[in-house]
Design a protein around this ligand. Structure first.
Ligand code: KG4
Ligand code: ZN
Length: 337
């Protein structure tokens, strides 16, 4: 029997320091340290993110190895997020991974963060989840990106749509800031939208041709709506909170799903999938499944812990890169875009 592939995945592209161990694509551990330091600033402060990664990386990797019951010497390879992301944040994970791979004399794998988000679908963890068959269309929605990707194989991906301005997660976070919610506001909007009327406030549907997205119009309209409301009634946000959250959320979901439907129809794919932080959104998950059902397509969405940034998806990407012999040198440097 061939020896198992034991891959350590390290993620440090933004504001999560994460590490995971996968054995033959199965999760043995998945550890994430968030960074609360950004909440008060309304967004990720790059300098603070780098410092927090420096503090977290050793304990996070140690915990991942310990929880997996894997000794460093047992690792087959080290995978790390090479980009895109914040340069100072990426440097922490990159330098750590390079040193570890050098010390252990094992291969180093440079992972594209957006590719890792797609490969989150293939992580096995004992739960019986169907994996999307190739080819499938993936909606990759995070704080930094909004992409439609045609996936024909584990490492064969083609971007067929992207945002022309803000990312969907950014739209959630910026609207949340207008409501006075701390960063990241996406999960709070999701929670606070419960019981709200998603059609109470109408926000403009962007008119971007093809399979590209735009969210800046929604952001501006939402801001205006709130400023006008506050002018008439200083308690506007409190009174309308759930309706504002639900309406904003619905507008973003409408934009996303409209383009998914258009792209999947024109490509003729039978399977749609979704990943990235925003795909943890409960309204989006429910309506994504409903769209697939109406169209007779298969729908695939990982559990929320694999949607937001995590080490398991980086290790999963590393697993495929290792099998394909696509290692990087110990002089690998991060790329921000
Ligand atoms: O993938 P991710 O963890 O990090 C990036 O690669 O950017 O995505 C983070 C984004 C943030 O904008 C956050 O507000 C959003 O995902 N997000 C959500 C939810 N959970 C995370 N947005 C809406 N609803 C959620 N439940
Ligand atoms: Zn991400």
């Amino acid at each position: 029997m061939p020896s198992p592939l034991i891959v350590l995945g390290i993620e440090s592209s933004c504001d999560e320091t994460a590490a995971a161990v996968l054995v033959d694509g199965r999760t043995r551990s998945n550890v994430v340290a968030g960074q609360e330091v950004h909440a008060q600033w309304g967004g990720v402060v790059p300098e603070l993110a780098s410092r927090a990664h420096q503090e977290h990386i050793v304990p996070v990797v140690d915990t991942a190895l310990r929880q997996a019951g894997v000794a460093r010497q047992d690792l087959s390879a080290v995978a790390f997020t090479q980009g895109p992301g914040l340069i100072g944040a990426l440097l922490v994970g990159t330098c750590f991974a390079r040193s570890l791979a050098q010390g252990l004399g094992i291969p180093l794998l440079g992972v594209d963060h957006m590719q890792a988000h797609v490969l989150a679908h293939f992580i096995r963890d004992g739960e019986d989840r169907p994996i999307p068959p190739f080819p499938f269309l993936n909606l990759t929605v995070s704080g930094g990106h909004t992409l439609l990707v045609l996936v024909s194989g584990p490492l064969e991906m083609k971007v067929i749509g992207t945002t022309v301005d803000d990312a969907a997660g950014e739209a959630f976070d910026k609207a949340a800031k207008v409501l006075g919610l701390p960063y990241p506001g996406g999960p709070l909007i999701d929670r606070n939208a419960i019981g709200g009327d998603p059609r109470r406030f109408k926000l403009p549907m962007p008119q971007v041709p093809g399979t590209d997205f735009s969210f800046s119009g929604i952001k501006t309209a939402f801001n205006l709506l709130v400023q006008r409301g506050l002018r008439d009634d200083p308690a506007f946000i409190q009174k309308e909170h759930a309706h504002l959250c639900a309406s904003l959320q619905q507008s973003i979901v409408d934009v996303l799903l409209r383009k998914v439907q258009k792209a999947a129809r024109s490509l003729g794919v039978r399977s749609i999938a979704m990943s990235g932080g925003v795909s943890a959104n409960s309204a989006l998950r429910a309506q994504f499944a409903a769209l697939a059902e109406r169209e007779g397509w298969g729908a695939y969405v990982p559990p929320p812990a694999y949607c937001t940034d995590n080490g398991a998806m980086v290790a999963m990407a590393g697993h495929y890169l290792l099998k394909a012999g696509r290692t990087v040198g110990l002089d690998a440097i991060p790329h921000t875009r």
